[in-house]
Design a protein around this ligand. Structure first.
Ligand code: IPM
Ligand code: MN
Length: 369
């Protein structure tokens, strides 16, 4: 298997977590005899500082020539005063648009070992396994017109969707649900917004092609509550860009930390992979960052871009194993609980690497018999 991966580490904790993720990918390549190459590129605040642009042309050109893009995080308080189109985040939105992936998959899983890290009671989070399918190229993020008139003190953003944009992302959600627990929950605000009425009508129509999958609709406000109350009720959650941004962060509470959440964006020319957590500039360089979101994102590369499902599972199981053994970065540590070992970003990466190497070795030994 040959795979060329653009690595855009970005800002804050981006470089330290992507480093751990690429180590894992290197290990998978070495153990399985695959040829993975990594092409570094600049994005976000570091790109602004070095080139004046949050997404230099060189980065975009080389990303478009790769099979997958692994992105760390963008965002730096230094640039807070800049208008939205000049900030580090603009680089992220531009690359999302240029790569063309419209379906952003954000799994939110409750790890038994972390049940005490969540403010939700263990019986609420037990066995929760939700897959958010967030539409990533439409809605308020990209709709025009958009402006802020400082003279008149008026500002506008536009929530816009076309039927086709809803159809294509809905299909991804139904296809994935058909392979899981066969339920799609579509989230909108159809009691107020025309865009949501179009969304709901379109999703209902697409559902007819998937008779084995149950469709339910939820309004976004009550959905925010249901996710905390009975997260076990949800399998695939399909929603538009901004609602998905908000609800997927909320769902981080189920896992115990935003630092645990991976994501994959599919459907475009090149898939884009990014952990859900941001750049966390306050802890950058301190060794406190949790690399598991980035490592689980690497597993999604193996699954969705390399078709190495067994290896993707092996990485996920290695993460489970290390958590079960009690190793914790600061975000998932719980007070002075016995049986926990605090570890740094690097140590966590190394532990997962070791667990992974052992499991792949075992698999290969079994095949050899
Ligand atoms: C995310 C982030 C981004 C988003 C920001 C950094 C532009 O919050 O990936 O969830 O809003 O999509
Ligand atoms: Mn977000």
């Amino acid at each position: 298997m040959k795979l060329k991966i653009a690595v855009l580490a970005g800002d804050g904790i981006g470089p330290e977590v992507t480093q751990q993720a690429t180590q894992i990918l290197r290990a998978v390549a070495e153990l399985g005899g695959h040829d993975f190459t990594f092409v570094p590129g600049l994005i976000g605040g570091t790109a602004i500082t070095e080139t004046g642009s949050p997404l230099p042309t060189a980065t975009l050109d080389s990303a478009l020539e790769c099979d997958a893009v692994l992105l760390g995080a963008v965002g730096d308080n230094k640039f807070n005063a800049l208008p939205p189109d000049k900030r580090p985040e603009a680089g992220l939105l531009q690359i999302r648009q240029a790569l063309g992936g419209f379906a952003n998959l954000r799994p939110s899983i409750a790890y038994a070992a972390l049940s005490e890290s969540s403010p939700l009671r263990p019986e609420v989070t037990k066995d929760v396994d939700i897959l958010f399918v967030r539409e990533l190229l439409g809605g308020l993020y990209f709709g025009a017109p958009r402006w802020w008139n400082k003279e008149t003190n008026e500002a506008i953003n536009t929530m816009r969707y076309t039927r086709d944009e809803v159809v294509r992302v809905a299909r991804v959600a139904f296809e994935l649900a058909a392979k899981r627990r066969r339920k799609v929950t579509s989230v909108d605000k159809a009691n107020v917004l025309e865009v949501s009425q179009l969304w709901r009508a379109t999703v209902t129509e697409v559902a007819k092609d998937y008779p084995s999958v149950t469709l339910e609709h939820q309004l976004v406000d009550s959905m925010a509550m249901h996710i905390m109350n009975i997260p076990r009720n949800f399998d695939v959650v399909l929603t538009e860009n901004l609602f998905g941004d908000i609800l997927s962060d909320e769902a981080g509470v189920i896992t115990g930390s935003l630092g645990m959440l991976p994501s994959a964006t599919i459907g475009g020319a090149v898939n884009l992979y990014e952990p859900v957590h941001g750049s966390a500039p306050d802890i950058a360089g301190t060794g406190k960052a949790n690399p598991l979101g980035a490592i689980l994102t690497a597993a999604m590369i193996l699954r969705h871009s390399a078709n190495l499902e067994q290896d993707a599972k092996a990485v996920e199981q290695a993460v489970h194993k290390i958590l079960d053994a009690g190793y914790r970065t600061a975000d998932i540590a719980r007070g002075q609980q016995p049986g926990q070992t605090p570890v740094s970003t690097q140590e966590m990466g190394k532990l997962v690497h070791q667990a992974l190497a052992e499991s792949i070795d075992r698999r290969q030994a079994m095949h050899a018999v």
